[in-house]
Design a protein around this ligand. Sequence first.
Ligand code: F6P
Length: 602
Amino acid sequence: MAGLDWTYGVSTLRQWESADYEPSLPVSEKSNPLTRDIDRASAYSIVKMLQVCDSQMFQKEAGTIYQRLLSDQVVKTLMEVAKRVEVIIKDPQESCVVMSGCGTSGRLAFLISSGFNKALSQLNQSEVYSYIIAGGDRALLSSQEAPEDDPRLGVLNLKKVCEGKKRVLFIGISCGLSAPFVAGQLDFCLQHPEVYTPVLVGFNPAHQARDEPIQDCTFTFHSVVQRMQELAKSQKAFLINPAVGPEAISGSSRMKGGSATKILLEAAFSAAHAATSSNTPITHNGVLQHMMAYERTLAVTYSQTDGITTLVEAAGQSLQCSRHVYYLGWGSLALLGLIDASECSPTFGADYEDVRGFIRGGYRELNNNDGPLTSLGPKFSIAHEDFLHLILPCLTDKDTVLLIYTHSDDATEVGNMARRVREKTPNLHAVYHQADGDTAASLQQDDIKKLCLSTLKITWPQEALVSGTLQHMRELSTKLVLNAVSTGAHVLKGKIYQNHMIDLQVTNTKLYRRATRLLQKLSACPEEKCEEALLKAIYRVDMLTLEMTSSDITTHTCFARNSTKVVPLALVILLTGWSLVEAESHLKQQPIVREAVAQWMW
Ligand code: F6P
């Protein structure tokens, strides 16, 4: 690939596309051949691997079954969606655009709707975007995996948001084309075509959509997709489902899946906004150019590999000695910090205190549907003041603090925060976005820089300012950096085996299936044995009762919410034949899962 000096040949970059590469798995669940050894890599190599993985998003179509991000058909569909959005912006009475998803997909729905509503408000236009996240607003900041399995809840949420609306463009986001919550909403839209136009965003080809029965439903995700494909022929439904390649950490759709969701939807909405505000027509080239600006964002961001590596090393050291990483952000970049931090517990089995995000202005700035959530518990304290009151007094030099801001944020305020942190720890770093040639800002920036151990300075060309894409570029760039920091740090902490998260939570059907598959792959035991070990680890017993074995997956996943180290425990049981108590005590002595199982794996 152009611009990459990393040592992978084209065949390795495209190996996942071959028909016999992990054929039973959809792209979103495949393991990426590029990162097979990420668990043994240095911080620098981890960042390079993530760069190459991210670059796969922009690979061109190559005669395989896979549509890609920049494929003609994808751009064409985005144009059609943009036209529908344009109509809604011009006639916002009784119309709206609703985005919905689970986990990261819902968080991105929130981020994107906030950004585009703000843009409309600034032009004195009515806000038209709404978001739905499975599990409600608390899921913006914490892991709520069970609602993903609930199609009825999805429909209820959708009806509530759309009350009184006569025209709704519904955008269901499910990276794996798998979430029943979203399938239920799409099915509902298909039943009410007089109001709803459904759009599906995901990153598997249609035939790889999940075909597992959904409890009490006559449809599966796959059958919903088939109905949508039929309607797509007459543009009554839209599918936007390019493949972006397997995730660097298998199944971790917060990474490329999240980035690609942001790229696609922002490209469509930006085109619609330009069409309404400056009468610029929605063109193929316009949408394509916008998407290609994101490709340049990858290049600009990863040109700072050394700086990102420094951050990964610092965060990794903090986590390795059971200390913490804090993101202190301003504006929408802070939101990306909150999102990245919230993903660490479901992804790596981390504690909410391990990686935490804080935003200047707290819930005022967040402006979420349900307002302040502080009463829900300590993990919902997200303002800088909360950091100063709750965290700063106990901060040590083993903790890593990252300031995340741009040249348009209040430098005096950033400086004050830097000084307060610096009194407690020298382990302070900055991720700073500036526009090319912005010398006024760089004077104040020098003072902040002196307080920081490292500064990752990302400079954006003036053309980004002119084209109005700067905010989107900075956000994607920040997402890539923070995803690298939190992923890299957890890899260095030993949370990953090869490129699999072993300590994943088993709190919904998709994760239950993924856990069983992973146990099969790592233990080479048959499926029933793996499921049996998984259940023993969930219920913490050596002998499963009939009640346990005859319960459905929902019951298992509900129970698993209160169990820790489920998959590692099951794996040790499978590999050693030990009792639960023996396996638990082994894991207590060697909490690094990779090390705990290594001796039986080679
Ligand atoms: O179930 C957990 C999870 O994997 C999250 O980590 C992820 O963000 C969410 O599901 C959504 O997945 P999808 O976009 O594929 O529906």
